[in-house]
Write a protein that binds this ligand. Structure first.
Ligand SMILES: NC(=O)c1ccc[n+]([C@@H]2O[C@H](COP(=O)([O-])OP(=O)(O)OC[C@H]3O[C@@H](n4cnc5c(N)ncnc54)[C@H](O)[C@@H]3O)[C@@H](O)[C@H]2O)c1
Length: 340
C-alpha cells in the first residue's frame, strides 16, 4: 500500500513515516521544510530512502502531478496558535487550502484520507470555564474531559478555525464524492523528533531547556505554571493510525477525540519536577503573569469512543513521554542544537 504523508518532515509526520515504513508500507512525504528541525527529520527519512516532495501544499498545480496513493495522511499545518493571529493568510493557505488540495487529490485518485485535527476546535470560553482561581491556587483536578459531542461554537483561535473548517470540508467531500476518511482530533502530542518552541511543542522545549540549563518562563494565568494539558506519546498515536489504516473499510467516515487523557497529563509545574528528576538540573524560572487571549488553562481528552471503536488506548504515561523525548534530545544534542 502506498501512503503520502503531508507535513511528513514535521514531528508527527516524520514519526509516522518511519513507523509505517517499518510496518511494510511504501511511504512518500510532502513538506516544504519551513518548520525548524524539519531538515533534520528529512535526513532521517532519506537514510530510509523515503522520498520527500518539497513544495508548498497550497500549490495544487504541483500537488496534482504527484503519483497516485492509496492513502493520504494529512499532517501538514502551521500549528502555532499565536502565529495564526499574526500571519492569517499563511495559516489559512497552509491549513485550510492545504486540506482542500489533499481532498482534491484524494477525489481524483479515489484514495482515502486520515486527518490530524486539534483540540483547539473547542471555544476558548468553554475551556476557560475551568476557573482561573483554581488554576492559580490548587493542585490538578480532572474536572472535565472533552469529547466528540462537546460544543464547537465560538471563537477558538484562527488556527482552531482552520482545523474545524478542514474537518467540515472533509465531511462535505465524503458526502458529495464518497471519500473515505478518519479524523483524529488530538490534544497535545509529544515525543522524539519534536523541535519545541515557546508557542508550540512546550514539552520538548521544557526538556531541552533543562538539558542545557537555560531559564524557563511560566507565562500566563498568574505565572504559576498550573495550566494543565494531557500529552499523548507519539508512539501511541502511530499505533492508533496503523490500526485505522487496516480497518478503514469497516470503520470509516468518523471523527474521534484522541489524547493522553487520564493516563498522561501534567501541569507545567509538574513537568518541571519531572524534568528536574530526569536531568538533575534545577533551573531559574521567570513569572509572566499576563495571559494571552489565545491561551487556555486546561485540556484533557475523553478517549471513550476511540477506545470502544478500535480497542486502542494510550499505553505510555507522562513520565515515559518526557523520558523518551529526553533520551532523543540528549543523544542527538550536538546535531540538533541549531534547530532550537
Ligand atoms: N503536535 C501537537 O501537539 C499537535 C496536537 C494536535 C494536532 N496536531 C496536528 O498534527 C499535525 C502535525 O503537527 P506537528 O506537531 O507535526 O507540526 P510540525 O510543525 O512539526 O509539522 C508540520 C510540517 O508541515 C510543514 N509545512 C508547514 N507549512 C507547509 C506548507 N505550506 N507546505 C508544505 N509543508 C508545510 C512543516 O515544514 C512541518 O514539517 C498538524 O496538522 C497539527 O495541527 C499537532
Amino acid at each position: 500500500m502506498k501512503i503520502l504523508i503531508t507535513g511528513g518532515c514535521g514531528f508527527v509526520g516524520a514519526n509516522l513515516a518511519l513507523f509505517l515504513q517499518s510496518k511494510g508500507f511504501y511511504i512518500n512525504t510532502l513538506d516544504n521544510l519551513s518548520r525548524k528541525g524539519s531538515k533534520y527529520n528529512l535526513s532521517l527519512l532519506k537514510k530510509k530512502r523515503i522520498k520527500n516532495y518539497n513544495f508548498d501544499i497550497a500549490n495544487y498545480n504541483q500537488f496534482k502531478k504527484l503519483p497516485k496513493y492509496d492513502f493520504i495522511i494529512d499532517c501538514c499545518a502551521e500549528p502555532a496558535v499565536e502565529i495564526s493571529r499574526k500571519e492569517i493568510n499563511k495559516v489559512i493557505n497552509t491549513n485550510l487550502i492545504g486540506t482542500l488540495n489533499v481532498l482534491k487529490k484524494v477525489k481524483k485518485d479515489n484514495s482515502k484520507i486520515i486527518f490530524l485535527s486539534s483540540s483547539r476546535v473547542y471555544p476558548i470560553k468553554d475551556l476557560n470555564k475551568i476557573s482561573k482561581k483554581k488554576i492559580i491556587n490548587s493542585k490538578i483536578k480532572i474536572t472535565k474531559m472533552f469529547c466528540e459531542k462537546d460544543n464547537i461554537q465560538g471563537p477558538k483561535t484562527i488556527y482552531g478555525l482552520t482545523k474545524l473548517t478542514s474537518e467540515m470540508l472533509i465531511e462535505e467531500f465524503s458526502y458529495a464524492f464518497g471519500i473515505k476518511y478518519i479524523i483524529n482530533r488530538c490534544g497535545v502530542i509529544s515525543g522524539p523528533l519534536q523541535f519545541g518552541k515557546q508557542d508550540q511543542g512546550f514539552l520538548s522545549l521544557w526538556i531541552w531547556r533543562h538539558l542545557n540549563k537555560k531559564k524557563i518562563k511560566y507565562i500566563g494565568y498568574g505565572g504559576f505554571g498550573n495550566q494543565i494539558r494531557d500529552v499523548l506519546h507519539i508512539y501511541d498515536l502511530c499505533s492508533l493510525i496503523f490500526i485505522q489504516i487496516k480497518k478503514i473499510n469497516k470503520i470509516k467516515n468518523k471523527l474521534f477525540t484522541v489524547g493522553g487523557s487520564k493516563k498522561s497529563y501534567t501541569s507545567l509545574k509538574q513537568l518541571t519536577n519531572i524534568c528536574e528528576k530526569i536531568t538533575k538540573n534545577k533551573l531559574k524560572s521567570q513569572k509572566i503573569t499576563k495571559t494571552s487571549i489565545y491561551d487556555i488553562p486546561y485540556f484533557i481528552t475523553d478517549n471513550k469512543l476511540v477506545t470502544k471503536t478500535f480497542g486502542w488506548k494510550p499505553k505510555r504515561d507522562i513520565f515515559e513521554v518526557v523520558y523518551d523525548t529526553y533520551l532523543w534530545l540528549k543523544n542527538n544534542k550536538t546535531k540538533i542544537n541549531k534547530f532550537f
